[in-house]
Structures are given as C-alpha cells and as structure tokens.
Design a protein around this ligand. Structure first.
Ligand code: NOJ
Ligand code: CA
Length: 666
C-alpha cells in the first residue's frame, strides 16, 4: 500500500509536472506513410477516435471507455493531463512462421487522462498508427483509491459504415468457433460475432477488427450497440462480469487492420507486432509435420474407445511409426491412448485420466520405439472442457510426456462449455483465457509444444510463447462429410487466418469414403499446405492412402515445408479463390498453393518473385480434366517443367478444386 502511494505520488508529479490539463482536445496520429490517420478528440469530458485512409473516413467518431461494477464508469468528466508521442521501427526474426523477418513500424501517442472530479482516477489510452492499421488499448495504473476493478462492460466502439459487408461467425455458441462464415451488411448483424471480423467497406477498403495480446481478460466479440455502431462485447463470466483484474492492468490491443484490397489484408502482421518478444530463448521449439491415429476414427475404421477396433494400441502405434519412417514424416499423433474414452466420452470429461494408458497401450514402449526411429510423438489430452480435472493432472501429465521424450501435445476442449468448480463458463471468457495461458506456460516449462483444439482464438501471443505452434479455432476438415463447403477454404485466409496459424488437418486422400465423403479434390488437399499456415501441419490420412493409393501426389506433402522465409500473396477474392506463394524457411525453393470455391477458376501466375537468371524445376499438381469436388475428386495431373521468373503458369482449378506447385531451384 505504502509502495503504491509513493509510486503514485511520483507518477502524479511527473504527469502533472509540466503542462496544464486540457479539457478539449483534437489530435492526429498519422501512420509512417501518412496514408492512415487516427484522429483523437476529447469533447465534454469524453474521448473519441476516428480512422481515415487517403482522406476517406473508415471509422467515424467512436466512443471509448469502460463500465465498472461497483464503481463509477471510467469515461466521464475527463481531462487530458499530458500526451507523449514516439515513432518505432524495428525488424525482428521469428522462430518459425509465415515470414522469417517482420517489420514493426508505427507512430504512437499516449493520452494520459484524469477524471476532473470524484476519485480523480487516472488512465492512459495508447494509440498506434501503422501503415496497415490502427491499434489502441487502455492502461490503468494502481492508485491509492483504485487498485482492482470489475469490468462490467467495455464500451469501445468501432463506428464503421454499417452498409459495409462483414464476414462473420456467431459468438456464444456450443461449437465455439467451428462455424461456417456468413456475409451480410453490418446493419443486419443481430447477435454478437467473433473476431477477426473482416469488412468490405463501401469505399473499397478492407478492414478487419480483432485484438492482440489477450491475457487475463474476456475475449472481445462485436455487436451493434444502441448507437448503431459496432462495439466491443467482452465475453462474460457466469456471474455476468466481464473480468476481475488487479491494477496495473492493460487491456488487450483493439486492432483495426486496413488494406486496399483483400489480398493485401492477408499479410497484415499487426497482431504479432503488438505482442512482446519472448523472454527466453525457446531454441527447443521446432515446427512439425505429423500423421495421426486419427482419421481412421472419423471414418469408423478405428475407435477412440477400447475394444476390438481400438485405434491407439501398442501394435497400431508401432505400425504408424514404421509408416512415418518409410514416408519421411517426422511426427505421429496418438488419440485415444488414455483412460476415459469409453462409452459416451463427452460425459466422461470430469474423470478423464491423462496419466494412465489403456491396457492395450504401453506408453513407455511406444515412446521408446518412436524415439529410436526419430519419430516425434504428439500426445493428446481431450479435456472436454473440464478444466479442474485437467489442471489437477496437467503438470504430472506434461512431465510424464517430457520424461518419455514426447515434446508435442494436442490438448482439446470439445465441450460446449468450460466447466470449472461446477460452473459453466465460456471457453472465451476470462476463466478460459487464464486456463489456456496456464497450460501454455506449464507446457513451456517442460519444453512441450502445443497444437490446441477448441482453443482461445489467436491474438499473436505465439510471438511471446513460440511453443504455441498452432490452433484449431475454426471449422476444420473434421466437418467434412456434409458440413464443410468448398468456399470455406477461400474465406479463411481473409478472416480466421489473420489471427494466426490453423491446424486444418489437411492431406486427406480418401475423399470418396462413404462414411465421410469430402467436398474437395485431391489437388486441393495439397494446396492447403501452402494456403493454410500452421506451425504443425498434419498429413491427416492413413498411411496406406499415401503409400499405395496416391504415392505421386504424396510427394508434395513430403516435400512441402512447414515454416517459411517469405510469403507473397498472389491473387484472391474472399469466398471465391486464393493463391499464395511462399519460400521455404532457409531454402531457395518456392511453393504455390491455390484454392477455389464451388466454381472452376483459371489463373495465370506471374513468377516475378523468383530470383533473376535462375532456373527452377516446377512440379505442378493440378486438377485433372473433368475434376470436380462432387463427381470426379480423384482426377489429378502431375507434371514437371523448367521455369524462370519471366515465365508464367496457366492453371485451371476444377469446381471445389485447387493446385500446388513446388519450384525447386536448380
Ligand atoms: C475435436 C478435435 O478437433 C479433434 O481433432 C479430436 O479428434 C476430437 N475433438 C477428439 O478429441
Ligand atoms: Ca474441433
């Protein structure tokens, strides 16, 4: 208490030291290239911001502030005590990702605000203008009369033109983020929607509203408020509060990405840039390609449960490890190895056992077998969202894996709720956010990398915690067999993937399986390895489909890298098609992936991203003549020819199809 008082007095003296407080204010924060301007104003004691690009308004005057439970709201009767500005330009190196180097360049202003009356509470609004967007957050220091708060609501508005079209999935639903996207005018949004929320504005620019560095707070969804403005709707806890926090506290960054066109949006790196660098080396972190005892369960060949068709037996796992070795795939996921999968396993969530294997699975034996063959096992923890049960076992479970040389874990939260101490909480509430963070930090302690299913959405924290290799957090291929449409993969790069990598479980070749018939062609399955970034990429089908059925097509899955040096998006329209080129990390080879929706699409690709005076062997995997996602899914043409940067590639994508190209430098 005493310490807080001393610190507060010093801060207060600094804050009020030099300048006279201001009651009305208008300021501008231009981006480094001056095309984007964030305007800030203090009017009648309240703060507003707006955003312009090339002089055109993108976000009209939007109100800022926080409503508190048991205390006066934090937005009224404000005066501006001081401002501070700075410019920043740094290029940092990623451990893994879509680019090796990322530039972080912005102008910043901090508005130090104080209430003129009442408790005279202080807080800061910090804004950053980048060449590709604007971000801001609330920062609240501890004060003698104000040391903790209960957030009742954040009133943060994003007052974009409601005639813009938004690509959205609903919030507060039992399947979390696993929904198909809808496109509709903003004024038609009746319920809260998740972020990133991508918007086609009437003036032609693209926006995506999201958040960065989400810690210890409810995640932000968006809804129309009484002013007909999009506004933050923070995921509530079961008691209705949005967050309980001790001061000092910074909210997550509120982010508005801005692009001239859809394809430019796909390489916006603000979300990573708004996170801190890691505190440790994390030199043990390594991207991974892995197969799994997995799709066999989806098509009914194996079961997660024990019994005659139990998938995760010692024998099957060794067979899959042998296949990994033969196929040159470095990792293997094993689901259903532990006690708790019998009967209705969703009901067994409260008692799932993450320590003890089923009787027909010898964890030590299997782990040793894998280790001798240099195959990385990916462990699996299906919590069903019962986080008390998981947290009671989490440390022992991670330690057990680490002791057995298992460095990758796929935790899952496939329940409609997070269940904690008998309460039902949203996965995306403060309770969920805190749990995912505890798991991630504990995993780091044991040098374990995570692929989180049913996760909290990405907010770029993998910059700080690079052992967070990937997440699911959107509708993935497990929904094939009726609930996944060809257009989905042409929407994700402009929406969900702006928040980070995704484990889409690509590479299913058994596309005509009667249990799970897929709405895709074989070539499109290859394209995903380039179009959908993930720090852990799955080769999701059973080995025999790679070895016996489609060995030539499998070669691409074998060759394609997981981590990239550079990413160059080539073509795209949301919901229609998307083509991207990426250079393999620390290599001179390039890869191109393209996907289309239900319609066929022909593209002519310029190769001017290649080195001059250099010849590349192009290995092209494209839809065969008459290929179609419904009738003729297996038709694939594989061809090889030499190309240079002056050449172009003419490629036809079948309805629901796609293509993949490897450009190997000769
Ligand atoms: C849902 C996950 O997304 C899937 O990958 C997993 O196999 C099941 N839950 C079972 O844990
Ligand atoms: Ca899932």
């Amino acid at each position: 208490m005493c310490y807080i008082k001393v610190m507060f007095k010093r801060f207060f003296a600094w804050l009020f030291g030099r300048k006279k407080p201001v009651l009305e204010y208008n300021g501008e924060l231009p981006s480094p290239n001056n095309r984007i301007v964030c305007k800030l104003s203090l009017k009648k004691g309240q703060v507003y911001y707006s955003v312009f690009k090339d002089g055109k308004v993108l976000v009209r005057d939007s109100h800022l502030g926080i409503n508190l439970r048991g205390d006066e709201p934090l937005y009224n009767g404000l005066m501006l005590v001081r401002t501070m500005t700075k410019s920043h330009d740094e290029t940092w190196e990623t451990k893994w990702g879509e680019e090796k180097y990322i530039q972080n360049k912005y102008n910043e202003i901090a508005l130090y605000l104080s209430e003129t009356g009442g408790k005279k509470r202080l807080f800061t609004l910090r804004f950053r203008s980048f060449d590709d967007g604007v971000a801001f957050r609330y920062e609240i220091p501890p004060q003698p009369e104000f040391q903790r708060l209960v957030v009742a609501d954040e009133i943060t508005e994003f007052n974009v033109d409601f005639n813009g079209y938004a690509w959205h999935i609903p919030a507060y639903q039992p399947d979390r983020y696993e929904y198909n996207y809808n496109r509709s005018p903003i004024y038609e949004l009746e319920h809260s929607v998740h972020t990133p929320l991508t918007i086609e504005t009437p003036v032609g620019y693209l926006l995506s509203i999201h958040e960065a560095a989400l810690y210890n707070y409810g995640s932000m969804t968006l809804k129309l408020n009484q002013n007909h403005s999009l506004a933050a709707d923070i995921t509530p806890l079961s008691d209705g509060a949005k967050a309980y926090v001790e001061l000092p506290f910074n909210t997550p960054w509120r982010v508005i990405m801005v692009a001239d066109n859809p394809i430019e949006l796909t390489t916006n790196r603000m979300i990573l840039n708004l996170n801190d660098p890691p505190k440790d080396e994390f030199d043990w972190v390594k991207p991974l390609k892995f197969m799994g005892i997995w799709w066999a369960m989806y098509v009914g060949e194996y079961t997660w449960a024990e019994g005659e068709r139990h998938g995760a037996t010692t024998r099957h796992t060794k067979e899959y490890i042998d296949a990994c070795e033969r196929l040159g795939i470095e990792g293997l996921l094993v689901e259903g190895w532990n006690n708790g999968w019998n009967g209705d396993w969703l009901q067994n969530g409260p008692t799932n056992d993450f320590i003890h294997p089923a009787p027909d699975f010898d964890l030590e034996e299997v782990a040793e077998y894998a280790h001798e063959r240099h195959v990385e096992l990916v462990g699996h923890h299906e919590t069903v969202g019962y986080i008390d049960n998981y947290e009671n076992q989490m440390e022992e479970a991670y330690k057990k894996y680490a002791d057995n040389n298992i460095h990758y874990v796929k935790p899952g939260y496939a329940g409609a709720w997070m269940s904690v101490q008998g309460r039902r909480e949203y996965h995306h509430s403060q309770v969920g956010v805190l749990h995912y963070q505890r798991a991630l930090e504990l995993a780091a302690k044991y040098h374990i990398m995570l692929d989180v299913h049913e996760p909290i959405k990405g907010t770029g924290i993998e910059r700080t915690w690079p052992n967070l290799m990937t997440r699911e957090g959107a509708r993935g291929q497990e929904y094939e067999g009726g609930a996944l449409f060809p257009s989905h993969a042409t929407i994700l790069p402009f929406t969900r993937l702006l928040s980070g990598g995704m484990d889409y479980t690509s590479g299913i070749f058994d596309v005509t399986n009667s249990v799970k018939r897929m709405a895709t062609t074989i070539s499109k399955q290859l394209a995903y390895y380039v179009t959908i970034f993930s720090g852990m990429q799955m080769a999701a089908d059973r080995p025999r489909f790679y070895e016996e059925v489609q060995p030539q097509a499998f070669k691409f899955i074998h060759d394609v890298p997981v981590s990239w040096e550079r990413t160059v998006p080539l073509l795209g329209q949301i919901g229609q098609f998307y083509v991207v080129a990426r250079q393999g990390r620390d290599t001179e080879d390039w890869y191109i992936g393209g996907v289309t929706n239900e319609d066929a699409h022909r593209v002519r690709l310029n190769l001017d991203f290649l080195l001059p005076d250099t010849i590349y062997q192009a290995e092209i995997y494209r839809d065969g003549e008459n290929a179609h996602y419904r009738e003729n899914q297996l038709a694939i043409t594989i061809e090889s020819r030499k190309v240079g940067r002056m050449d172009y590639l003419d490629i036809w994508m079948a309805p629901g199809g796609g293509f993949a190209v490897r450009l190997k430098k000769l």
